[in-house]
Design a protein around this ligand. Structure first.
Ligand code: FE2
Ligand code: FE2
Length: 276
């Protein structure tokens, strides 16, 4: 890494289960079984993968860690508590970690994220998603962490970016005083409108079209996202990838993948992967 660069580690979709020793192992809910379909309900394994991913981020000298949603499997309090324990054990100071909620984090209750960020995740509150438009200064970039999650049935997995949030992103992006560094929206859903109206309603980001218009207008604006469980590098003008999606830690076997970005001379560029 260039000595003048700062490095961001991006991991996503950890889908943490409650792995605290106190948890009764009497079984999982129907919601867990539906939402984890095709993936083992291995609480200890998921926790271990998060630990390994964070340790890989430390090993490569990450200055800041972004976790782009689906922090938990169903947004149960014990799942947030397990995640908090792993984050606190990571060796990263809380102000060097940015968290945003995903659709899975609100399947249990509408206020699950609020309760988590005021409870077990309180140490990460200042650098994580709260009111839209709040700027988090870190590692040579400015983050705009956004909460696009809403309470919905487990059969739907949409996100919402409303006009208040879009106005806030536009206001920050058009602020000349903030144009000297990358301005990085962190949100769970990708900003793309899906191919069909049905799929957009079920799994898309409601409001994505206007976000794409804003992204196209400001070259220093980036989005780091998750949700798709696959890597995304969408180029928007001038050959620079500015929509960057991470794979899902929950889908990785023994070697969880963490995306890296280097920031130097006011530019943010993908810098490959590290595995835990
Ligand atoms: Fe996910
Ligand atoms: Fe998701």
């Amino acid at each position: 890494m260039n000595a003048n660069a700062t490095r961001i580690a991006h991991l996503s979709d950890v889908h943490m289960l409650d792995a605290r020793p106190s948890r009764a192992r009497s079984g999982y809910s129907m919601g867990h079984r539906f939402l984890s379909f095709g993936r083992p309900l291995d609480a200890v394994g998921r926790r271990r993968k998060v630990a390994h991913a964070l340790s890989a981020a430390r090993r490569v000298g990450a200055d800041h860690v972004v976790v782009s949603g689906d922090l938990t499997e169903i947004g149960a309090p014990g799942e947030f508590e397990t995640l908090a324990e792993e984050l606190h054990a990571s060796g990263f100071a809380p102000e060097r970690i940015t968290l945003v909620p995903g659709n899975h984090d609100l399947y249990t209750s509408p206020d699950a994220w609020t309760r988590a960020i005021e409870g077990p995740l309180a140490a990460f509150r200042a650098t994580s998603a709260q009111e839209p438009g709040r700027v988090v200064e870190a590692a040579g970039v400015r983050f705009l962490p956004l909460d696009v999650a809403r309470y919905q049935p487990v059969t739907r997995s949409a996100g919402w970016i409303d006009d208040v949030a879009l106005d806030a992103v536009q206001r920050r992006a058009s602020d000349a005083g903030l144009a000297d560094r990358p301005l990085v929206v962190v949100q769970h859903h990708p900003p793309f409108v899906r191919n069909t109206q049905a799929w957009q309603w079920i799994d898309g980001l409601i409001g994505a079209a206007r976000l794409m218009t804003i992204l196209e207008a400001f070259r220093h604006l980036f989005v780091l996202h998750g949700h798709l469980h696959s890597a995304v590098n969408r180029v928007l003008g001038c050959g620079v990838a500015r929509v960057l999606g991470a794979t899902a830690i929950v889908d990785d076997k023994d070697a969880p993948r963490v995306r890296l970005y280097d920031v130097r001379d006011g530019q943010l560029a993908a810098a490959g992967l590290v595995t835990g």
